[in-house]
Structure formats: C-alpha cells, structure tokens
Design a protein. Structure first.
Length: 554
C-alpha cells in the first residue's frame, strides 16, 4: 500500500477531482498506469542550474515531526521530511528497488531460517550534528516499533514486532537484524514512507512521543530545516552543509500551509511552483498559463470511506456495515469525479494493492442496492418514511472529513446513494489542523474520509490498518477486525515466497471487504501543475525523488 503497498502513511492531500461540476470537453491528461510511468521532466544534473527555490503547498503544519509516532503519521509530513532523513532503498517508476548508497553501502538478507538481514552503513553518513549514523540508531528504532513497550505510541510496527534482536556487526557501521518470525516486506523497514530516525528520538518513550512535536531534531539528508514557523505556516529547508553526497541543485525547499482549494490559484499567482491538480477547471487554468506544464502519472494515493465499528457505535454490527457498503455506487463516484481527468474512470477495488501494481485484482463485494435494502430489512432496520428505524433509533450516520470541496462532493454522492435505501448521512467537515490527532484517532466519526498513500512495499501497512489489536490500534481508527483476519495477516507477512504472498494478501483484502472495515473509492489520477522549467519533479508514480537533482533548467 501508506505501499506495492497500499497504505502506510496517512495523507491529507488535496486529492482528486470536481470534474462533475465543470463544463467543456477537455481531453484526459494521460493514460499511463501506476507501476509503469513517471512524468517528472527528467534531466541530468548537467542540465540543471545551481540555485533556486522550490515552493510547495501542504494542508497543515506537522502535529509531530516524528512520522513513526501516531500523531506524525501524515503522508504530507512524510513527503516533506524525506529530504531530511535516511532511507535504505530508492524506487523507480516500476517499483524496482536499488540501495540508496548515500546511506548504505550494502543491504542484504543473508539467511532465511532464521531470517537475517544485514545493513552496512556508508562510513561517510552522519547526522546533522556531525555524529555518525550507527547500528545503535537501527537497534533503537527496532525496539521502539516492536510494540513491546506500549509507552511508545507508534504509528506502525513495520515488521519490528517480528524481530528477535539487532546486533552490532563487523563494526559500529553495521547492524545485523535477526527475525524470530519471517517478514515478507523486510526491504521496506527503512524505506518508502518509513525513515530512520536517530537514537535520541527512539530510545526513550517520552522523547519518541514528544521531543519532535514543535520541531525536528537531528536529521541526515541533502537538506536541513532552516526555519519552521507554526504561526505563519511556513517551513524552509536549506542545503545541509555536512552533506557528503552530490550537492543539491536547489538552495531551498519551502513548504507553505495553504487551504487545498487555493492551491491552483497560488500556482497561477507564482506563489508556489508545483501543486496537485484536482479538477477540470484546475487543468484548464493551468493550461492557459504559458510557463506552466501539466505532469501526469497515476499517483500512489487513494481515497476511501472508513467505518467506525467500535463497541457501542451505531455501526458496530459488521452486517450493517456491509449492507451500507453495497449501497454505494463507487463507479458513479469515479465517473463523476474523474471524468476528463483520466481516460477510464474506475473505482479502486483493492485495499492492499494499487491499480497497476503486481497483485492487484478486484476483491470487492460489488454495488447491489437491492441486496443492501433486503439486508437492512433483515437486520431489523425498518423503513420509516425516507429513513429507517430500529428499537426507536434512526439510522443516521455522520460522515467526517477534511473541509475540502472534493471531499464534500464525494460525500454528497454517497449521501444520495444511501438515501435510496433509507440510510441518512450527515456531512461533518473539519479543519485540516490536527485532523488526525483530534478527530480521527479518537474515533469522532461514524464514517470518515481521508487519503491513504502507498509506496513500493505492499504488506507493511496491512497489520497497521486492518489488524485489530485493542491495546495497539496504530491506524485501525474504526476499531474493526477479527482473530481470523489477524491470523490471515500473520500468514501473509510470514510468507517469503512472493507469489504466495500475493495470493494471501488478496485473501486478506477480501476479508477486509467482508468485515465492512472500509471501502476504497478512487485512486488519484496524478495530475500535477508545475513550472515548465522545473526538472526532476512532478508526477513520480511509485518512483522516489532524487532531491539533489531537483531544480530549474539552465
């Protein structure tokens, strides 16, 4: 999924389209599939001029700069932090991996029984204070994410709950990880949206949870944080003077907190240099500006509809959730929201794999409003005028979402569908600031909408989102699951044969649909508006950015 994974980081990205509200017959932007294309205006370093600023938009200031901690588990924050932190692998547009040699000279699985993985750290790699990156940083992070100490409020275990020990290798620059249970997505433990943090952050629970609430501490990447102004909503990254790799072409990367509805206008006004486009109007407006270009490659982000099945909630009954899900016409949502933005609008039909990734198949229960109505009747929710009642209680559910025009439009479509079978849905919009920390994590919703962000590791987000462990919810905000699903997840994560792992993952996906956990809606079509002379940035698909090569053409 938040990888070939479907999910390990949450994101409040502006998202998809309001195409249904727009006129004209604008042709679709592109037809490439995820896992095969990227559109970043690729150029060699020699073509890029030295200097310049890349100005970008984000919807909210970080609630926590530690993306491993539950409050920091936000895809936009992860995207902003990637130029600052070590990762073990780089990814191309097809999801193929190569070791990031700026940080590691070698990463390999040296044994399968037991599973053993060695990480050899680049001897030049240092934190921003000049101290070396060592095996102790890896060991501390592995312990923090293991789940053994519940004081660490982790966003994702990322397979470290399967690690028996982390030991010093040949020297301080080598870590040897030994697993007590196999882990299929071991390459994603320090890659994709999962970055390595210094031991100062991960050794102690208090430091893990709170030390990076207001600002990030030690970093290690081509950029460092020059300034962060929460009040003004502005974060500036500048070149890292201690960076040992290729010198970044850009002088700074500047992130501005900006309402997503204003992103395209800000691009036109030369206030930002690249934004995700959401509507036909956005596309038309960008095409009308001579020095702007639209980049297209299907994006690794997808919208979904999550149910709250916590005990005592109106949707605690899985049969009720499934009946409601069958009444939602996701193809209609795709047609209306993506018309003109992609050649073939279609819903996303898998929680684990994104469309275009190896392993993707349709495991959904389908759209069947007649069956939905009959199942609601059988559950005792009887018709009462336009709605339904059971034991004197009306079937009214509250749909909570970030206050974004696109989310509201999708909610209205769902509201219409559910109204036809007697389910009343109210729309409850919230501001982006602390949306996850104050609204979604505590379960202040009946259903909610936000975006999951995938990367090239399909499995490490599965237990995080779909496993149900009451003392360690991670990102299962709807509190939905079962022992049977947990067992199936465990088998999937333990399978080192790639083909068998794909088969098991699809069984997990089907079970997630059958439990009424959540409903995938649509995958982002990946249209970006950028400055025409901006190179090596745009619509990356599954590819990771080389932040040292981003810049402006000579």
């Amino acid at each position: 999924m938040r990888s070939g994974r479907g999910c390990a980081a949450l994101v409040l990205a502006a998202g998809l389209a309001l195409a249904a509200c727009s006129g004209g017959d604008t042709a679709p932007t592109g037809t490439g599939s995820l896992g095969s294309t990227a559109d970043i205006n690729e150029h060699s370093r020699d073509d890029i001029r030295d200097g310049g600023d890349l100005r970008l938009a984000m919807t909210s200031f970080p609630a926590n700069w530690n993306t491993l901690q539950i409050d920091g588990n936000d895809g936009e924050v992860a995207d902003m932090i990637k130029p600052l932190m070590p990762r073990s692998f780089e990814t191309d547009a097809a999801g193929n991996l190569s070791i990031d040699h700026d940080f590691f000279t070698d990463v390999q699985m040296t044994s399968t029984s037991p599973q053993v993985v060695s990480y050899t750290i680049n001897p030049k790699a240092v934190w921003s204070d000049g101290s070396p990156i060592t095996w102790e940083d890896i060991a501390a992070q592995a312990n923090a994410l293991s789940g053994k100490d519940k004081r660490f409020l982790i966003a994702i275990s990322n397979g470290f709950d399967r690690v028996a020990k982390v030991e010093r290798g040949a020297d301080d620059r080598q870590a040897i990880i030994t697993f007590d249970k196999p882990y299929a997505d071991w390459k994603g433990q320090f890659a994709g949206n999962s970055m390595l943090y210094p031991k100062q952050v991960t050794t102690d629970p208090d430091a893990f949870n709170t030390s990076e609430v207001n600002a990030i501490g030690l970093t290690s990447g081509p950029f460092v944080v020059r300034s962060a102004d929460r009040t003004g909503g502005l974060i500036t990254l500048a070149r890292n003077p201690k960076w040992w790799g290729d010198q970044p072409k850009l002088d700074t990367m500047v992130y501005r907190v900006l309402d997503s509805n204003a992103w395209t206008q800000a691009l036109q006004n030369k206030e930002v240099d690249a934004v995700l486009l959401r509507t036909i109007d956005d596309l038309q407006n960008v095409r009308a500006v001579p020095d702007l270009t639209i980049r297209h490659a299907p994006l690794n982000r997808w919208r979904h509809f999550t149910f709250n099945g916590a005990p005592g909630s109106i949707l605690a009954d899985s049969q009720l959730r499934v009946a409601i899900s069958k009444a939602i016409d996701r193809q209609r949502i795709a047609d209306l929201m993506q018309n003109g933005l992609t050649a073939k609008p279609e819903p996303l039909n898998n929680h684990i794999f994104l469309r275009g990734q190896r392993g993707y198949q349709n495991n959904s229960l389908g759209f069947d409003p007649d069956a939905a109505a009959k199942e609601l009747d059988a559950l005792g929710w009887t018709r009462d005028g336009t709605g339904r009642v059971k034991d004197g209680k009306r079937l009214v559910i509250r749909d909570v979402m970030y206050n974004d025009d696109t989310w509201v439009q999708i909610a209205k479509l769902i509201q219409q569908d559910l109204g036809k079978v007697g389910v009343e849905l109210t729309i409850d919009t919230r501001p982006g600031n602390r949306y996850f920390a104050d609204v979604i994590q505590p379960g202040d919703f009946d259903v909610c909408q936000f975006v999951f962000q995938g990367d090239a590791f399909p499995y490490n987000g599965i237990p995080q989102i779909y496993g149900y462990y009451p003392d360690n919810l991670q990102a299962n905000f709807g509190r939905i699951g079962s022992p049977e699903l947990n067992d199936l997840i465990d088998k999937t994560l333990s399978e080192l044969d790639p083909e068998k792992a794909v088969q098991l993952a699809n069984q997990v996906d089907r079970k997630v649909f059958e439990e009424g956990h959540s409903l995938p809606l649509i995958q982002n079509e990946g249209n970006y508006g950028t400055r025409s002379d901006l190179a090596n940035y745009g619509a990356p698909g599954l590819a990771s950015y080389d932040y040292t090569k981003i810049g402006y053409l000579k």
